[in-house]
Design a protein around this ligand. Structure first.
Ligand code: BG6
Length: 502
């Protein structure tokens, strides 16, 4: 039985149905729309989780007809959706799809957009409810927000803004963007998206910590030796040189996905799962982060190498990248959360492109047993207990502990107790964007980033990158297909530790 025949398998039907609305997507011809947003909408349509009355208005600079737009989106769905293509679900979605070209900087440049939104509203009975989704770089947002702000009261219903990461490129630009938005919108209308928060396994971290009695008592400096968070990608920059040259690993992954994983791992239990309670706790962690000195930050850039047996170009050889680019494609850091729970417990974090494989994990490494009361004739050096959260792929949780090898004597070996999503639940995992788009339609902001959170993330990044302007890094410093530069290993070796093996 498939999920669309039995949506109960998805566990989502206990939620209320979203109100009718229109979704305007800016950056409709872009990669994100084609690969992620529309395939997510299609999967929601397939499971009948979208509002009964719904429309999508794709907005871009280039001219295109509705039919061309639909054809492009259909291709994206066929290639990237997690569900097989089904004509009836596609037709339901496509019937409400329009495309308009708009040029927000010019006089009358968005007239066609407002006309189209008015038309779909009247034709489909959407009650004037609108989500404006910005799948465009932060610099392209300001003039659009102003325009939307001026038109928002022309119709009844609610207006919400979804803004992709990175939100600004430093603290000053993020604050400026927040100020521009605040002219017309209040915080509860703003959904700053970090799609990692929509991942099932990331939400499961909260379930693991706060719905079980056994972890919380040991989730602290007394029992935890250190934490390792890895966001590894085998992919390169996938033709996104323009974006990546500006952002690098620190703005693309560290500032948002990595710090969110850290905040969820380190936060105190919230009083409830409301948007403010959860976000208050995350902000406290971000505020407690100690700014690492230059010795505790490592950056890298990949050179030519082999990924999964295939030879790939170095970063500087990628199309659109400067031959002497100093953009980092890898970053690692030793961070400390200066509070009672975590004082002196290192959080080693790393993120990079063109690493050995795609793997996002959070490893909680516990302190060793103080005194094993027997002679250990171990076949291999005994490892400390590790609780490993596999965010992706092979989603699940695994606990490493020592067990006696059967036979005479007391030989011990590390074994693993595994929970695998695929085995425990008979269902595929929804894509992060499905969850987040639906949450926005329902007005639930818990899994979105609040202004003060973004500000704290930028403060840390600004402090880290400030000295980078002065030094010339010796790039490239790791071959594609490896786990980053040797200095990243030294970061842990200095402390008598090492990164988890893959
Ligand atoms: C995006 C980054 O936010 O996340 C990309 O801009 C990165 O560079 C992507 O590849 C990774 O997402 P996921 O869900 O594949 O881990």
């Amino acid at each position: 039985m498939t999920a669309d025949e039995n949506p109960l398998l998805e566990g989502l039907t206990t939620r209320r149905a979203p109100e009718p609305c229109a979704l305007a997507i800016y950056g409709a011809s872009g990669d994100l729309t084609q690969r992620k947003l529309m395939p997510a909408l299609y999967s929601l349509a397939l499971r009948r989780l979208l509002p009964e009355r719904f429309a999508v208005v794709g907005v871009g600079r280039s001219a295109s007809t509705d039919d061309e737009f639909r054809a492009r989106i259909r291709e994206g769905i066929e290639q990237h959706a997690r569900d097989p293509f089904q004509t009836d679900a596609w037709e339901r979605l496509a019937a409400g799809m329009r495309y308009v070209s708009a040029d927000p900087g010019t006089d009358g440049g968005t007239d066609e957009l407002w006309r189209a939104l008015g038309e779909v509203d009247a034709e489909r009975g959407l009650g004037g409810n609108r989500i404006h989704y910005f799948a465009v770089p932060p610099t392209a947002i300001g003039s659009l927000i102003e325009d939307i702000g001026q038109h928002r009261h022309e119709q009844p219903g609610w207006t919400r803004l979804v803004i992709e990461k990175p939100f600004g490129r430093d603290l000053a630009s993020a604050e400026q963007l927040n100020a521009e938005i605040a002219h017309h919108f209040v915080e509860s209308e703003i959904y700053r998206i970090d799609h990692y928060l929509g991942k099932e396994t990331v939400q499961n971290l909260l379930a693991l910590r706060f719905a079980n009695g056994i972890f919380e008592p040991i989730w602290n400096r007394q029992f935890v030796d250190h934490v390792q968070i890895t966001v590894g990608e085998s992919m390169g920059i996938e033709g996104r040189a323009g974006f990546y040259e500006e952002s690098g690993a620190i703005r693309d992954i560290f500032q948002n996905h990595l710090l969110q994983l850290l905040a969820l791992t380190a936060m105190e239990p919230p009083s409830d799962f409301s948007a403010d309670a959860v976000r208050n706790e995350k902000v406290k962690v971000l505020r407690s982060l100690h700014t690492p000195g230059p010795k505790n930050i490592v950056r890298g850039q990949y050179g030519r190498g082999f990924v999964e047996g295939i030879e790939v170009a170095g970063y500087r050889e990628e199309h659109g990248v400067a031959r002497d680019s100093t953009t980092e494609t890898f970053v690692a850091a030793k961070l400390y959360v200066d509070n009672w729970r975590w004082a002196d417990t290192p959080f080693y974090v790393r993120a990079g492109k063109r690493l050995g494989k795609r793997e996002t994990t959070i490893a909680i490494q516990f302190k060793r047993a103080p005194h094993p009361p027997f002679e250990i004739s171990s076949v291999e050096p005994l490892k400390p207990n590790v609780l490993l959260i596999h965010v992706q792929p092979d989603e699940g949780v695994s606990l490493a502990f020592a067990a006696k090898v059967p036979g005479q004597g007391m030989a011990l070996r590390t074994v693993h107790m595994d929970f695998l999503y695929g085995g425990a639940f008979r269902t595929g995992l929804p894509e992060a964007y499905e969850r987040l788009i639906l949450d926005c339609m329902l007005g639930e902001a818990t899994l979105f980033t609040r202004a003060d959170e973004v500000a704290e993330q930028w403060k840390l990044v600004d402090a880290i990158v400030a000295p980078w302007q002065r030094d010339q890094p010796g790039f490239p410093n790791y071959p594609a297909g490896t786990w980053g530069p040797a200095v990243a290993d030294e970061l842990l070796h200095r402390d008598g530790r090492s990164w988890r093996r893959h």
